[in-house]
Design a protein around this ligand. Structure first.
Ligand code: MN
Length: 424
């Protein structure tokens, strides 16, 4: 029975500079920059250990047109580890590394095929001189490609058992990405390809499981807190008359994550580090051998709330939690702490009272029940205190965020009122 097994990756963004970080932590920025290479190295290792037939890379291998010489040489060195074991590599260029940005003097090893920009081409992967798979692809000639490249994919007359389309482009909603080479699913669903190996969208997604399968593997190394969650590549097995077998394999070195530690009922500060660690280890697909960059939110109703909200505490707390980390990977680093805890206070009990806090709560309740009234109040506040940037923001606030603001104000005020009561 004819079968093929390959790895599909995209958006390596090798040599990403992590600009925001380099200012305050050059050492960490260096490690992150190295992480994009290391994750590609992991993918090459997976190709070898899984004994795949070939590797597909769907564009954006480099992060910018001005990639360093060292970056290009490191990329070629990794390719050689594959071609040296007779594993071919097929790739297209995307918007971050269009063909016109590749150095002519950079010679690609034999066994590596880079698709051109003129038209969709194909190359045949053969085993024992028998054609097994045709791989079709087209590269971005320059950064911005707005035309529908997917429409140009046509299977040849005498096809190999499997047909694969390799494309950097956008199917459906581009999310935070530019709408480059856009196409619709229904425009290609009837084309007789088995697998669309896509790139460009950085969040891993199986768009369609079969007939044809259509996959965005995502970038194998997240680069900021907008790119959280496990990152890696897809191991794909195609067999005649069977649904493709798709397996996500993690490859990243450093994971960016947002973590919430619920401190409800916690009354001991000394337990905080353990509670935080517990929350981090509770991340889905937590991997002990990966490093983590964490944005931490502390939530829940806790007697610790008053202390956590003192100015400057979060910075010192983050420093404390980061202390004693070995400089060797893997590390877990808290980048920032957001305090969303609430005082350990039963609002319903307070409401039942007749004192000042009870009155304040009742006022909040009237605003909560009446979004129009709340919006009018916010407009009023804008006039008093806002500057034009805030004005635009507040007047466009959706109801949900308006209520979140109200809720935070309520707890802030209750906190202060009860604190005063405690100290007086
Ligand atoms: Mn990309």
């Amino acid at each position: 029975m004819t079968k093929i097994k390959f790895i599909h990756t995209a958006d390596l963004h090798l040599d990403t500079p992590f600009r925001g970080l380099s200012e305050w932590n050059p050492e960490l920025a260096g490690r992150l920059r190295d992480a994009t290479f290391q994750s590609f190295r992991n993918i090459v290792n997976l190709c070898l250990s899984e004994e795949v037939d070939f590797l597909l890379i769907a564009g954006d291998i480099f992060d910018s047109e001005n990639r360093s010489l060292a970056a290009q040489l490191r990329f070629v060195a990794e390719l050689k580890r594959l071609t040296g074991r007779d594993i071919p590599v097929y790739f297209v260029c995307g918007n971050h590394d269009p063909l016109d940005s590749w150095m002519e003097s950079l010679h690609l090893p034999e066994g590596v095929h880079r698709f051109g920009t003129e038209a969709v081409e194909h190359i045949t992967f053969a085993r024992n001189n028998q054609p097994v798979a045709d791989i079709y692809g087209i590269s971005f000639p320059e950064k911005s490609v707005r035309e529908n490249l997917a429409l140009q994919f046509e299977r040849k007359i005498d096809p190999a058992p499997f047909s694969i389309a390799l494309l950097h482009g956008t199917v459906g909603n581009p999310g935070p990405h530019e709408n480059y080479a856009p196409f619709r699913m229904d425009e290609v669903a009837n084309k007789p390809f088995d697998y669309w190996a896509l790139g460009h969208i950085h969040k891993p997604a199986v768009i369609r499981e079969a007939h044809p399968a259509m996959v965005y593997p995502g970038n194998p190394q997240g680069r900021d807190f907008g790119e959280t969650g496990p990152r890696g590549c897809y191991l794909v097995e195609l067999s005649a008359n069977q649904k493709p077998r798709l397996r996500f394999l993690p490859a990243q070195v450093i994971r960016f994550e947002t973590v919430t530690a619920d401190l409800t009922g916690e009354d001991r500060f000394d337990r905080l580090p353990a509670r935080v660690e517990e929350a981090i280890k509770g991340l889905s697909a937590y991997n002990e051998s990966a490093s983590y960059m964490i944005r931490l939110t502390l939530s829940g109703r806790t007697p610790l709330h008053v202390h956590l909200n003192r100015p400057g505490e979060t910075t010192r707390l983050a420093e404390l939690l980061n202390e004693g980390q070995s400089p060797e990977a893997p590390f877990t680093r808290i980048d920032r702490i957001d305090i969303r805890t609430r005082p350990d206070m039963d609002l319903d009990q307070v409401r039942k009272g007749t004192d000042f806090p009870a009155e304040v709560l009742k006022v909040f309740d009237t605003y909560e029940k009446d979004p129009e009234k709340l919006r009018a109040l916010l407009t009023e506040i804008e006039k008093e205190f806002g500057h034009h940037a805030a004005r635009r923001h507040l007047s466009e606030l959706p109801d949900e965020e308006m209520n979140e603001l109200l809720d935070r104000a309520r707890w802030l005020l209750m906190d202060r009122l009860t604190e005063e009561k405690e100290t007086s």
